[in-house]
Write a protein that binds this ligand. Structure first.
Ligand code: PHE
Length: 451
């Protein structure tokens, strides 16, 4: 058993958890989902879910970790023998996410290099992005490079260094996002996009909106995969759990919100808010932002800086993904750290390659009617995570009782302000909701409706 070191301060804990939470999910994934699922409608649903459901689940996970002092697989088993499977299910999630996350991480490096070498104007061309992702070899190279960065950091255990750097980079990233968003808003046509992004329109509302928002919530806050359980196991008893959860949530949501404000109005201003443009999916940020940078004073420099920051945000998240996988495998097999890192790297390279090729020479392969990357994303975020979240609710709500979590929250100062909401959420609203969500994702997978 590895020795468990503690975060020295509450701030340290919050920053480490936020480092895992804030990543491509906020900057790349949130804006394209919001664009696709009705803008303001999606935003509203997401915010409601974050403060109710996200809050309850994150509190439960961190409390379970801190109470048991164990990582997910062991923690669930210790709390109830019948729930050992939950830890295993939760571990499958990062194994699915890590490879395709690295494909997108590779795109970020590619754009950084493009900007750093002064090719802003070329990258703003209409076909630049598609030409890039559809070429068979180039994206694979960037993808491998991104994995290599992650693997080297995990292998040498220098996470601390990276975390220190990103502590300083995160605020800069937020600032840059605000500057870019503010500039974008001054361009003709952007206001229409602001309205689309901020104003809910009930015509856009459907089960799909909730399904997409829920999947995004899990993904963005690194929930339902045991990561927060592990982080909780490192948290000290005298750090206030409730306010830490609030801070992580607020920070994570604020970054996502700003990223949406940066991308969506720019889509309207630079490409036009047509259905086709709004439905662009995973490529949206990469197609839109170069146009913004290209028209912006000092756009080349700002764009370069922006992609470096996004790279660091992505790296802190991919490190937490890979670290989780490595420690799960090591706990099970007793393998050495280096050997396990190599195995995980090879597996990730093999699993991520189809996701990358799916935008080019393998685009005819469309599992569940989606691109290969979208299909992996769907399986983890819309199927596995709701299942894990459901059983976590059952475990906490009915087997252990919400009081166990509430008591853990209260350890610090005897208070749990949102205890009532927490109890109702974890026992009733969340599980019922999750069943509905699962039913709709199964219906989607079976082609009853398409996303
Ligand atoms: N939450 C991260 C993001 O928003 C992604 C991630 C998921 C990281 C799961 C770790 C675990 O980018």
């Amino acid at each position: 058993m590895n020795q468990r070191s503690n975060f020295t301060s509450k701030l340290g804990f919050v920053l480490a958890a936020a480092g895992s939470a804030v990543g491509l999910g906020n900057i790349w994934r949130f804006p394209y989902l919001a664009a696709k699922y009705g803008g303001g409608t999606f935003l509203l649903v997401y915010l409601i879910l974050a403060v109710t459901f996200g809050f309850a689940l994150m509190t439960a996970e961190i409390a379970i970790g801190r109470k048991t002092g164990l990582s997910a697989i062991e923690a669930f088993k210790k709390l109830d023998k019948r729930f050992g499977f939950l830890g295993i299910l939760a571990s499958a999630v990062p194994i699915i996410i890590f490879p395709y996350y690295s494909v997108i991480g590779g795109w970020v490096i590619k754009y950084f290099v493009t900007f750093a070498t002064g090719n802003v104007a070329a990258s703003a061309g209409d076909t630049y992005f598609n030409d890039f992702i559809s070429s068979p070899v180039e994206p694979l190279g960037w993808f491998a490079l991104f994995i290599a960065f992650t693997a080297i950091i995990v292998l040498f255990g220098v996470q601390k260094g990276i975390e220190n750097v990103s502590k300083f980079m995160m605020p800069v990233l937020v600032l840059l996002t605000i500057v870019i968003a503010a500039y974008g808003l001054t361009v003709d046509g952007a206001m229409e996009g602001v309205v689309y992004y901020l104003k809910p329109n009930m015509e856009d509302f459907s089960a799909k909106t909730i399904l997409a928002a829920m999947g995004q919530l899990f993904y963005s806050m690194s929930l339902a995969m045991g990561i927060m359980v592990t982080y909780g196991s490192y948290m000290k008893k005298d750090n206030n759990l409730e306010s830490s959860v609030r801070q992580i949530e607020i920070f994570d949501t604020a970054v996502a919100f700003l990223a949406g404000l940066m991308v969506i109005p720019a889509v309207f201003a630079f490409s036009g808010g047509t259905a086709e443009n709004l439905n662009a999916g995973p490529g949206l940020m990469f197609m839109t932002l170069p146009k913004v940078f290209n028209s912006m004073p000092m756009g080349g420099a700002i764009g370069t800086l922006f992609f470096v920051m996004v790279f660091f945000a992505a790296l802190t998240s991919s490190i937490s993904l890979m670290e989780t996988i490595v420690s799960i495998i090591r706990d099970k097999t007793g393998w050495g750290r280096r050997f396990t890192c190599i195995i995980v790297t090879v597996i990730a390279l093999i699993m991520g390659t189809p996701s990358s090729l799916g935008f080019g020479i393998w685009s005819h392969i469309a599992p569940l009617g989606m691109s290969i990357l979208d299909a992996f994303d769907f399986i983890s975020n819309s199927v596995l995570m709701p299942v894990v979240a459901f059983f976590t609710c059952v475990l906490v709500g009915f087997i252990l009782g919400p009081k166990v979590v509430a008591d853990e929250v209260k350890v610090t100062d005897g208070k749990f302000k949102s205890e009532k909401i927490f109890t109702v959420m974890i026992k009733w609203i969340a599980p019922i909701f999750l069943i509905l969500i699962l039913a709709s994702s199964i219906a989607t997978a079976m082609g009853v409706f398409s996303l």
